[in-house]
Design a protein around this ligand. Structure first.
Ligand code: IMP
Ligand code: MG
Length: 182
């Protein structure tokens, strides 16, 4: 059973409470704006679903999919767009929603790419942040939790496509810490 191999780090209740806080901030900050929430697939799907349902604003939702890690946890540093946006974002306020910011390479690339399309703004909202693993500087506007440089799974995050459905965030027990090495 998957649970036996993960050590809980952030409980379902803690995540729920934090998402409610972030949703309130977003509702306040984007009150008079034209908000598009862009989830980065696949990892962000759980967080985005919970978050968006608590933001009390008219908003649009879209997704991008990138590949950089493949089936392993090691960052190649190369980000490839596997699925682009369906929506036009020119003049709109884009909020990129991620599961975790690790090296920062994915969001550095993605936010740059989206900025070239003439949006009013591009900001980043992530459930988890690994500040110790950062390789490039990026501004994170909303962050759920800082986590230590260890490999975490659950709440959308996977290891080799598994564990995404766990309702909490856990540390995968036999994985070493992440400094870009996963
Ligand atoms: P970055 O480009 O290094 O910031 O990588 C971001 C992506 O790497 C995330 O969206 C995740 O898909 C993946 N990733 C980084 N750290 C972890 C982790 O601890 N567990 C699961 N996925 C991770
Ligand atoms: Mg991801």
């Amino acid at each position: 059973m998957v649970r036996e191999r993960t050590e809980p780090l952030i409980s379902r209740e803690e995540i729920e409470a934090r998402i409610a806080e972030i949703a309130e901030e977003i509702t306040r900050d984007y009150g008079d704006r034209d908000l598009v929430m862009v989830g980065v697939l696949k990892g962000a799907f759980v967080f985005l679903a919970d978050l968006a349902r608590q933001v009390e604003l008219p908003l649009e939702i879209d997704f991008v999919a990138v590949s950089s890690y493949g089936m392993d946890t090691e960052s190649s540093g190369v980000v490839k767009i596997v699925k682009d946006l369906d929506l036009e974002i020119a003049g709109k306020d884009v909020l990129l929603v991620e599961d975790i910011v690790d090296t920062g390479l994915t969001l550095k690339y993605l936010s740059g790419m989206l900025r070239d399309r003439g949006p009013a703004s591009v900001e980043i909202c992530t459930l988890l942040n690994k500040p110790d693993a950062r390789k490039v500087d990026i501004d994170v506007k909303y962050c759920g939790f800082n986590v230590p440089p260890r490999f975490v799974v659950g709440f959308g995050l996977d290891y080799a496509e598994r564990y995404r459905q766990l309702p909490y965030v856990g540390v995968l027990e036999d994985k070493e810490g992440s400094d870009g090495t996963g």
